[in-house]
Design a protein around this ligand. Structure first.
Ligand SMILES: *Cc1c(COP(=O)(O)O)cnc(C)c1O
Length: 366
């Protein structure tokens, strides 16, 4: 038996790998059901399926798959620059916004550095942070579950390099707003990059202006993804809008062809499909009403959400998750997020939501 582990990067040994939502195929196999009979509301995916315009663009692009993609992602980045009113060299694209999070960590973190995030936010941040041996500093959420920006300010030290503001935040669904952010931004020192992770911003009724901080030349990056409102999670596509200086750092840290050819073609088409985006948001708003009505009737606590998911306090989260899974509905338990009494439900189509509510009602005996 070989034993390489003592020689490995010791920071990696301490990591717990990211736990994705349970795949449909795997669940179907385990339960002996057809994949069509499984409802997955576990990964904040978009039940509309991909935009038909994105699919058509990929079909066209498929026949060029023998050629390396455009390493500069020229068409997509030009489109983003135009849309946000920034220069081309202020845009960064990646294989999901997860990759841009990784590039930020690559560019800023080392074993003496520190990263600050809210206690209840995206589980990718601690994984990436620890990978670089940096210190992960968690700031408790406020009583209303939103980010405590003043607490984050107090947590800044000379070693702090990155702060993540997830807005709206996953898994709780709360937001922080303009005035609070302006106060916060006025006090963040120059040695810190603030990353506004806006994966769910398209679902929010109020969208605070974070772009102005970029335009003011502050050390800020906006992170966006095509995985949620744009329904392209399987493609792995995300982007960042930032200062030319930070974009340049991230550009140096990336691999040469970090956004594949199909993803570039599909995202360019998806950005123009405003009809699809509106349908995504409408589906989620309708689904929210459906869930809230049921939870209120059952007397179950939930956190009103600005994302495409709802955090619900069912008690015994893992047991509820397992019981729903046995009935073919995949949800997400929150053990890994330090919320053992909650489950997170992605808002799906009316039909999926109805099935989920039927199963939950049986499982919870309400
Ligand atoms: C889903 C999600 C992302 C983006 O994921 P990618 O699929 O890698 O683009 C980023 N941040 C948060 C908070 C998310 O929930």
């Amino acid at each position: 038996m070989s034993n390489f582990t003592p020689y490995a990067n010791q920071h990696v040994l301490e990591l717990v790998a990211y736990q994705p939502g349970k795949p449909i195929e795997e669940t179907a196999r385990e339960l002996g059901l057809a994949p069509e009979d499984i409802v997955k509301l576990a990964s904040n995916e978009n039940s509309l399926g991909p935009s038909p315009k994105a699919v058509a663009a990929m079909q066209q692009a498929a026949s060029h798959s023998h050629i390396y993609p455009d390493g500069a992602s020229y068409t997509l980045r030009s489109k983003l620059a135009e849309r946000f009113g920034v220069e081309f060299n202020q845009t960064v694209v990646g294989s999901g916004s997860s990759e841009i999070i990784e590039l930020l960590c690559h560019s800023c973190l080392h074993p003496q550095a520190e990263l600050i995030a809210a206690k209840h936010s995206f589980s990718m941040y601690p994984i990436m942070c620890k990978l670089f041996g940096a210190k992960y500093v968690e700031v408790e959420n406020k009583a209303d579950w939103s980010h405590d920006l003043m607490g984050m300010l107090r947590a800044i030290t000379p070693q702090t390099r990155l702060i993540f503001i997830t807005n709206p935040t996953n898994p709780v669904g709360t937001m922080v707003y303009q005035e609070e952010m302006d106060n916060f931004m006025a006090q963040v020192p120059e040695h810190v990059i603030v990353a506004f992770d806006e994966a769910y911003i398209d679902f929010a009724d109020i969208q605070p202006d974070t772009l102005k901080y970029v335009k003011q030349g502050k050390n800020v990056i906006l992170l966006r993804t095509f995985s949620k409102a744009y329904g392209l999670a399987g493609l792995r596509a995300g982007y960042g809008i930032t200062t030319p200086e930070i974009a340049d750092l991230l550009n140096k840290a990336r691999t040469p062809f970090n956004m594949n050819h199909m993803a570039q073609a599909a995202t360019v088409a998806a950005l123009d499909d405003t009809e699809y985006l509106a349908a995504s948001v409408a589906m989620v708003n309708a689904g929210k009403k459906q869930f809230y009505t049921a939870f209120e009737k059952w007397g179950i606590d939930y956190i009103p959400s600005h994302g495409n998911f709802i955090l619900v306090k069912t008690g015994r989260g893992r047991e509820v998750f397992n019981a729903c899974l046995a009935k073919g509905v995949i949800l997400r338990h929150m053990d890994g997020y330090g919320l053992p009494d909650h489950i997170r439900i992605t808002i799906g189509s009316t039909k999926e939501n109805t099935r989920c509510l039927e199963v939950l009602q049986q499982v919870l005996g309400v």
